[in-house]
Design a binder for this molecule. Structure first.
Ligand code: SAH
Length: 504
């Protein structure tokens, strides 16, 4: 018999991942299964552990969706497998999220659970549009109402006579299909046609659109501006207020995809977010470290045989040193060895482990690295190359040709995360900018995309570091790219800021 698992119903917030609670984040970081649907910001899936089972139970437009009973069964099944389950729900789990039904199902099965509230889109959308849901002297209450039609009789379930008389702010969720009906019913029961109204779609996620008007004009404005679901409808005097911060970030409203992993992309993302952009890491590749690696074990046991270690990636450096630490191999065993690093990032990784690279080529390529080492070669040298499976053959070909003894060991591979891959593909057209920090990053990205996606990408503005990266982009047909003047995070940020400014 399995031990019972535990289920956390976590409110994901309205979309911007930074609006997740600390408690929600903590549970996501340790869960063993996550059950999610489309409204919960899918970006949050990036923080679950690699081994975590990800189960999608949302609706795809026009196709079959899971019914609530089926979802309940999946949650219960995973809990009974003894797993720590996060049921991730958009906004707050209990605000039209059917969280209550899930809790009842768990109670029936005696499965322990905890509900972690989230910021509901009802309030977040208003805030992001500069609308306070209550305001002294203007609105003393707010009412969150479903705008969904009851399928059986094609009637709105609410009593509009009562709603029309409320003086507080009316907030409709799931109401876009019925906007016309909502407006008509409210006016029919006496709501002033000049009451301010606002509609906010895709709130907080960088493609947010807001229109403001009155009950009389709002429908027309929604049509004019092509505002689509998911959207929140706000009706009441507060919708006429504008409390939006005057000092907007210079990249507010821009969606930026960054590619690559590691420190550079983390720093870059943080900077872009500071400027108000909505940033998503588009890497759908992950690092798969090889376990019980006999090649690495052998090489490390015979370190004295080698004179050079060549590192061709940040991952290679980190995995190599992690192996030494985990196997209690003292770093003093490395004394006397020289280190070569392919470029800046790799050099910085070495530095984080306390080592200064003895050689870095002028241009950051494996061929340049191998040729540079040829010039440094001395009789008796032997090179250890701990690196990725399917790495470039430049180094080994050049070394073999010149009879330089080496051991090429594969310590990890780069694999595709299919779930992330599908998500990235489906959202490719949404980005204003996509950044690339290396030629291999470009290659990794494009090589895995279908032909159709490559064509879509040719219209997107690419920001890259260095001519080699730019050449790679051009090779894949990208026409619209900018080369950052400086090879650094501030350099990339600066080129985006400059470009965004010119657009206005
Ligand atoms: N539990 C969720 C609501 C689920 S119902 C919450 O608390 O936010 C789904 C509805 O929420 C959508 O039809 C839309 O009205 C609203 N919604 C959710 N996310 C939204 C967003 N980012 N922008 C605008 N509306 C959103």
């Amino acid at each position: 018999m399995n031990k019972n698992g535990m289920v956390y119903l976590v409110g994901a917030g309205p979309g911007d991942p930074e609006l997740l609670t600390l408690k929600g984040e903590a549970r996501l970081k340790e869960c063993e299964a996550v059950i999610y649907d489309r409204l919960a910001s899918e970006r949050l899936l990036d923080i679950v552990p690699k081994e975590c089972e990800k189960i999608y139970v949302g609706k795809e437009v026009g196709s079959h969706s899971f019914n609530q009973e089926a979802i309940n069964r999946i949650i219960i099944k995973k809990a009974l497998e003894g797993k720590m389950v996060v049921r991730l729900k958009g906004g707050d789990p209990f605000v039209f999220g059917r969280g209550g039904e899930e809790v009842l199902a768990l109670q029936k099965e005696d499965i322990p659970y905890e509900v972690i509230p989230g910021i509901t889109s009802a309030i977040a959308a208003a805030a992001y549009a500069g609308i306070p849901v209550t305001h002294r002297g203007v609105s003393r209450s707010f009412h969150v109402i479903t705008g969904h039609i009851r399928a059986s009789d094609n009637q709105l379930t609410d009593n509009f006579e009562t709603l029309a008389k409320l003086e507080g702010t009316l907030i409709f969720l799931m109401g876009m299909g019925n906007l016309s009906l909502i407006v008509k019913e409210l006016c029919k029961y006496g709501k002033d046609v000049n009451t301010p109204a606002a509609v906010i779609s895709n709130a907080t996620i960088g493609k947010q659109k807001t229109v403001k008007g009155t009950l009389l004009t709002i429908e027309e404005k929604v049509l004019e501006n092509n505002i689509k679901s998911p959207a929140v409808i706000i009706i009441g005097e507060v919708a006429g207020l504008n409390m939006k911060a005057a000092a907007k970030g210079r990249l507010t409203g821009k969606r930026i995809g960054v590619t690559g992993t590691g420190q550079l992309t983390d720093k870059l993302s943080a900077k872009l977010v500071e400027h108000g952009a909505y940033v998503e890491n588009l890497s759908f590749l992950y690092v798969n470290e090889f376990e019980n690696n006999t090649e690495l074990k052998k090489a490390v046991a015979n370190l004295k045989e080698y004179t050079w270690i060549v590192f061709t990636s940040t991952n290679g450096v980190d995995i190599f040193f992690k192996y030494l630490r985990e196997h209690h191999i003292d770093y003093r065993n490395l004394s006397g060895l020289s280190f070569a690093a392919v470029g800046n990032g790799t050099q910085e990784s070495l530095l984080r482990h306390g080592f200064i690279a003895d050689y870095i080529p002028d241009t950051y390529s494996t061929a340049a690295l191998a040729n540079g080492l040829l010039n440094r070669y001395k009789e008796g040298d032997k090179v250890l190359i701990p690196r990725a499976l399917r790495g470039s053959r430049d180094i080994t070909d050049i070394f073999s040709k010149h009879f330089i003894p080496f051991t090429d060991i594969k310590i990890y591979s780069i694999e595709i995360d299919n779930e992330k891959y599908n998500r990235v593909i489906s959202e490719l057209t949404d980005y204003d900018y996509i950044t690339f920090a290396s030629a291999s990053g470009v290659e990794g990205f494009y090589e895995n995309l279908g032909e159709e996606s490559k064509i879509i990408l040719n219209k997107t503005k690419m920001i890259c570091i260095g001519d080699i990266t730019a050449k790679k982009l051009a090779g894949y047909g990208a026409a619209n790219y900018i080369i950052a003047e400086e090879y650094s995070v501030p350099g990339i940020v600066e080129s985006i800021l400059r470009d965004a400014k010119e657009l206005y």
